[in-house]
Design a protein around this ligand. Structure first.
Ligand SMILES: [Zn+2]
Length: 291
């Protein structure tokens, strides 16, 4: 993907100046003030156009702050949406009726609790938050690789990470070959003037990695995952991701082009059939019923 910005300067710092998504080099994009006190420089990858803040040595401070009111007013609505999405994954056979799941970056543990209330073997991990809704099922320690999960969710978390490919690799290691990964994050594609993008979340300074569609695809591939398709509804985008457990010839035989998706991908035909059945019949009506 070409980028016509002539003023390239090498990125600096301990990260080595390489894009966290694709390993490409950077150009300076713009400066902004985060947390009302610190001027930072955003860099954009010249290869995949992902945007990021390098060497974020302010993160401990950023997470120690308790913003009142909390700017993330959509957290409850988003969690209910994802909970319904998971119920449809189960109802259509994309995950087993009796499934084991991990919510990576579980925050207060609400999604873990909602799944547990419906009988799922749900677990959570969050390095920073207190999971008051499901404390006995959540940990601040990274989860073990075994036993593997049928489903890994990562909702509004990957943009907080300095090592997203390593995080995605950990998902691949933790999820079954026939399992699913659901990662929500906003992409830079089509956002216009990125310096005015609300998803930068300048007030809390915790968003540091913003994928482009191309960068996200590349990062997933590096982690052994495949972007199947995305739900995007009412401002929430939910990429549905599967382990790349098929060989190249099998994958090629099952590749389907998605005319409405930004990321054509491959998947077993059983998953595709269930996916489209779910989208057509269930999700939109469920969303409407949340008011
Ligand atoms: Zn890149």
């Amino acid at each position: 993907m070409a980028v016509a910005v002539p003023d390239q300067s090498p990125a600096h710092g301990s990260e080595g100046g390489r894009c966290r998504a694709c390993g490409g080099s950077f150009e300076r994009a713009f400066e902004a003030e985060i947390m009302g006190e610190l001027t930072v420089t955003y860099h954009r990858c010249v290869r995949c156009e992902s945007l990021m803040l390098l060497d974020p040595d302010w993160l401990d401070r950023a997470y120690a702050r308790d913003l009142v009111p909390n700017p993330d007013s959509g957290a409850l609505r988003r969690t209910l949406f994802v909970s319904r999405f998971i119920r449809r994954l189960r109802g259509t056979g994309l995950i087993p009726r009796s499934y084991r799941s991990l919510d990576y970056g579980c925050n207060v543990g609400m999604l873990v609790r909602l799944q547990r209330d419906r009988g799922a073997d749900a677990w959570g991990y969050d390095r920073y938050a207190t999971p008051k809704f499901a404390e006995q099922y959540c940990s601040q320690q990274p989860p073990a690789v075994e036993p593997k999960f049928d489903l890994v969710t990562c909702i509004e978390v990957i943009e907080h990470t300095v090592d997203p490919v390593d995080v995605l690799k950990s998902f691949r290691a933790m999820v079954k070959d026939e399992g699913l990964v659901v990662v929500s994050t906003e992409l830079v594609d089509g956002q216009g003037d990125l310096s005015k993008w609300s998803y930068l979340a300048l007030e809390h300074g915790q968003h540091i990695t913003f994928f482009s569609s191309a960068g996200f695809t590349t990062a997933l591939e590096a982690a052994g995952l495949v972007w199947l398709a995305s739900f995007s509804l009412h401002g929430i985008r939910l990429p549905l991701i599967v382990p790349n457990a098929l060989g190249p010839s099998e994958r090629a035989a099952r590749t389907i082009e998605y005319p409405t998706s930004t990321s054509p991908a491959a998947s077993p035909s059983r998953m595709l059939a269930a996916f489209f059945r779910m989208r057509r019949a269930a999700l939109c009506s469920d969303w409407a019923s949340t008011g």
